[in-house]
Design a protein around this ligand. Sequence first.
Ligand SMILES: Nc1nc2c(ncn2[C@@H]2O[C@H](COP(=O)(O)OP(=O)(O)OP(=O)(O)O)[C@@H](O)[C@H]2O)c(=O)[nH]1
Ligand SMILES: [Mg+2]
Length: 481
Amino acid sequence: MSRRFKPQSTAPVPERALLVGVDLGERDEWPQDRSMAELGRLVETDGAEVVGELTQRLAKPVPKTFIGSGKTEELVERVRAEKVDVVVFDEDLTPSQQSNLERAVGKDVKIIDRTALILDIFGRHATTTEGRLQVELAQLRYVLPRLRGMWSHLMGEQTRGGIGSRFGQGESQLEVDRRMVRNRIAQVRRELERLDERRKTQSKARWESGVFRVALVGYTNAGKSTLMNALTGADVYVKDELFATLDATTRSLSLEEGRSVTLTDTVGFIQKLPTTLVEAFRSTLAEVREANLILCVADASDEAWEAQVSSVTTTLGEIDALDIPRVLCLNKIDRLGEDAVAALRLKHPEAQLLSALERRGLADLRHRIATEAAATEQTVTALIPFDEGRLVKLVHERCQVIRESYVQEGLLVTVKASEAMARSLEPYAKAAEGVVAWDEPDSPFSDEKRPGDDGSHEPEHGEDGHLVEDVDDKRVPTEEL
Ligand SMILES: Nc1nc2c(ncn2[C@@H]2O[C@H](COP(=O)(O)OP(=O)(O)OP(=O)(O)O)[C@@H](O)[C@H]2O)c(=O)[nH]1
Ligand SMILES: [Mg+2]
């Protein structure tokens, strides 16, 4: 295939969508109504209108049509009666189930599944070259086993578009065959690898710089981008829809303790996130895997937030990021009453409670990030000569200064340093040996300044009124990068 699948604009008249869900009895965390409500939001995000839903309880899917034969008949009737344009299954359909169902409902009606819907939304929201290529890769891999079905399907009407079909549509579709799709997959992979090389170089440089990296991770629509903007003044696109953000944005975040860390906002997760997408977004998700700390953002006003967090944890497992220390950030507390906030605080004392929208709990969160950063770092005392002004500046930017004072030979500092910074400071640490012990009672340094002497490091009360020092200090050691 010589052309890329291009996302198209939403049809002016919203398509009428019928949702179909099957309860397979394995839904402890995701009861069917919750999963169907989410599917409805996905459909709306993709520009269609939900006109009804059909559900069935089954021990296991029926091989030919996923739903039973009686339900299939009911589906055909409902499609006719409610003038349905598209039927959206909450579960993944095999290519043959999809084409059997299409045959049953008639050629004017599309049958799509959750994965096709999510891929379509991603296609519409991708803006950067890398984002588009990643989505295209996932879409091509979805299309490949379905080519035959899509072929016959599209034979009937070439111009059909609308939700769930944008990426399969286009004048070249009729000429598409597996070999061409495979060629395009190989080409997209190569282009992505080339882009990934650049990212890896940048990532290596960032690691060598010793800057502590923080990644925002969470369920889609939890408020990650709002938090990113509130903390760093970035201008990431925020919208009350699913998968508003697809690309990674990294900004510097200054902490009160005097140093800066980097903060990265990236694509959100969802339950049953298609594995093709997780694989295709490998490079974007590397920003998460390479972080020193993950802020797991959840929408505490959503009754499903705990199930959402466990979906996020599952996806973190898929990208090998479970050993990175995580801080749970319970966002949107402005939507909860005082009692609910107090109950959350009691039940999750380790969590940061905040409202990114109303900028509540942010100072507390910044302080927590500093605490987590310091906990993964080593304490180094170094003597930096006066002519090493650049290094002094770097130390102030990247390390937490515990104390410092000027001595005859230069600046004597004790800092919390990352492994990379500690390595840069090694020669100066040797120079500091034996110069003076900080706690010598007859220390000659009269101008010694200890952060906190001015009261600035007294335990603070965050905007929510609880002690910011009161944080859970247990953590897993940061992954060796
Ligand atoms: N009430 C309230 N709304 C919030 C808060 N934080 C974010 N929102 C709203 O939640 C919606 C989603 O916010 P985003 O910041 O785009 O969420 P996200 O996690 O980046 O979502 P995706 O990029 O789509 O995965 C927007 O309408 C925000 O205004 C909050 O603290 N309180
Ligand atoms: Mg976002």
